[in-house]
Design a protein around this ligand. Structure first.
Ligand code: FES
Length: 132
């Protein structure tokens, strides 16, 4: 038994990941929705931004396989001028992610491939992933 086996298999998690299309996503956007911290924006704005992001991606057909995978995040540690979002693999961190700014990010960055410079806080695409 190796160290991974003692916690059981990962079949259920792998099925869930497959159902979500995670392996095929081209981008992953994390949006700070940390209502406990609520340091970067109000809870109300975080909720509105998340609902808007989710619905807009779905409406544009971007949540299907090969599209964009959105995740709510706990505090991303910036805690100012949010809601904060980060898009990977590009490693672009955005501020002021209201519904209007998210629309720009979706249309220009996620669809058009062009970073929305006026809302960028910092960029860091991190290192290339190791081979599996
Ligand atoms: S509460 Fe949003 S970045 Fe910290």
């Amino acid at each position: 038994m190796n160290m991974h086996d003692k916690h059981g298999g990962l079949d259920e998690a792998r099925k869930a990941a497959d159902k979500l299309g995670i392996a095929d996503a081209t981008r992953h956007i994390f949006l700070c929705c940390d209502g406990d911290e609520a340091g970067c924006a109000s809870r109300k704005q975080m909720k509105k931004s998340w609902e808007h992001l989710r619905k807009r991606l779905a409406k544009l057909g971007l949540r299907k396989r090969g599209g964009v995978f959105p995740s709510q995040s706990k505090c991303l540690d910036i805690c100012k001028e949010g809601p904060i979002a980060v898009v990977y693999p590009d490693g672009v961190w955005y501020g002021h992610c209201t519904e209007e700014v998210l629309d720009l990010i979706i249309e220009e960055h996620l669809v058009g491939g062009k970073v929305v410079e006026e809302h960028v806080i910092v960029r860091n695409p991190l290192s290339p992933a190791p081979d599996a």
